[in-house]
Design a protein around this ligand. Structure first.
Ligand code: ADE
Length: 280
């Protein structure tokens, strides 16, 4: 009863075009981990908590250890061929995933691993189209290769560094995917307004007070002139992207005015270098 009521509420929260998700089932996430307890605090906070309450997502946590069959509930073992570290055994992982999702599993099964393709905005958006997604959190030195070869359909990394396990990466994926589901963000344009969606980094944000420790908010933001503010924000976004992530500019959709602004930045930079050379 309350699920139906929540869905009606969520429906009216949405803009047109978003109604499909509202009348459909929530997106279902199944997370397979040795440490389900680490997920709870984040899932019970802010946007993800509200998304669950509104019936927009469902998160099911499964402890891989519950699917062991031996007396000591062992989930890892030494690597064949020797070497350091432990490897996660295949049987409990297969048993966990197949008993929850069937064989073969009814949805994509993602392994979080530093060896996966790098997760990004586009992958999050693609996954948000699915009714369900399973995430397996690796630990120790890795998981038995047969899990990768015969169970997993995709491998994702959240960046070129090694964490102690796939739990934080799974939360990252869950959060980023959920933000694309209609109704999850208060602002219906939220995820599509995010910086990567627009192809540019975001402009700087300020709030009250207008002056803090002598640092003033840029005057244009206090001017009430919406045209000037919009132009300033666009130019700041272009400047920031040009300085920090010039690679993004190659794919961004730019107006003639944007191009002209970037041209001015480039020639200002060239003049600066020219000045340096003159001095030498
Ligand atoms: N497990 C350990 N490190 C990871 C990373 N960077 N991305 C995904 N899973 C991981």
């Amino acid at each position: 009863m309350s699920r139906v009521f929540n869905k009606i509420l969520a429906f009216f929260n949405l803009q047109s075009g978003s109604f499909v998700r509202a009348i459909m089932q929530p997106m279902r996430f199944d997370i397979f981990t040795l440490f389900p307890e680490v997920f709870q605090p984040y899932l019970q906070t802010s946007i993800l908590e509200r998304a669950q309450q509104k019936g927009l997502i469902e998160v099911h946590l499964h402890n891989i250890r519950d699917y062991t069959t031996d007396k000591h509930h062992i989930t890892d073992d030494e690597p064949y061929g020797g070497g350091g570290g432990m490897v996660m055994k295949p049987e409990p992982i297969f048993a966990a995933v197949e008993s929850v999702l069937g064989s073969p599993p009814a949805c994509p099964v993602v392994l979080l691993t530093p060896q996966g393709r790098t997760f990004n905005h586009r992958i999050a958006q693609e996954y948000a189209q699915l009714p369900a997604l399973a995430l397996i959190c690796g630990r120790y030195e890795g998981v038995d290769e047969r899990v990768r070869k015969h169970l997993v359909t995709d491998e994702l990394s959240i960046g070129d560094y090694v964490l102690s396990g796939g739990e934080l990466p799974a939360l990252v994926v869950l959060d980023a995917v959920s933000r694309f589901l209609p109704g999850v963000l208060g602002d219906p344009d939220g995820a599509t307004d995010d910086s990567y969606a627009l192809g540019l980094l975001e402009y700087p944000h300020y709030t009250r007070p207008a002056e803090f420790r002598g640092w003033r908010v840029p005057e244009v933001l206090l001017s009430g002139d919406h045209g000037r503010i919009a132009r300033w924000r666009r130019e700041q976004a272009l400047l920031r992207t040009w300085q920090r992530r010039p690679d993004l500019l190659e794919k961004a959709t730019l107006t003639g005015e944007d191009q002209a602004f970037l041209e001015r930045l480039r020639s200002a930079q060239e003049n600066l270098f020219q000045g340096d050379n003159d001095e030498v």
